[in-house]
Design a protein. Structure first.
Length: 100
C-alpha cells in the first residue's frame, strides 16, 4: 500500500458485484469439476486473481466520538483493509462477511 499511489487510471466497477463478472479475472463455478488441481493451500498463480479496490469517504463531524465500523458483505479469499495509510484489518474466508 502506498498512500500517494496514482489510481486515476483505474476503471470503475459496480459495488456490490463480483470483479470477475465486471471483466476482471475468470468467474469460477465449481458445481461439476474443480477448475485446477486440488493442492491446498497452493493455488496456481495464473488463475489466482488479485485486485485492489479504493473508496474515498468522509464521516460526518458528529461521528467524531463514535466507533465506526466498515462492513464487507463478502470477499473472495482474503483482504487487507487500509484506512488513511494504516493497515486496520485483515480477513480471510471466501464469501463471508467481515467487519472491522
Amino acid at each position: 500500500y502506498k498512500p500517494d499511489y496514482d489510481t486515476s487510471g483505474w476503471n470503475k466497477i459496480k459495488v456490490p458485484s463480483n470483479w470477475e463478472l465486471e471483466g476482471y479475472g475468470t468467474p469460477i463455478y465449481t458445481n461439476v469439476v474443480y477448475p485446477f488441481p486440488k493442492n491446498p493451500p497452493f493455488i496456481p498463480h495464473d488463475i489466482n486473481s488479485v485486485g485492489s479496490y479504493k473508496r474515498h469517504f468522509v464521516t460526518p463531524k458528529n461521528w467524531e466520538d463514535k466507533e465506526v465500523y466498515l462492513h464487507f458483505g463478502a470477499v473472495s479469499g482474503a483482504m487487507y483493509v487500509y484506512l488513511n495509510g494504516q493497515m486496520v484489518g485483515y480477513s480471510e474466508g471466501s464469501k463471508t462477511p467481515a467487519d472491522g
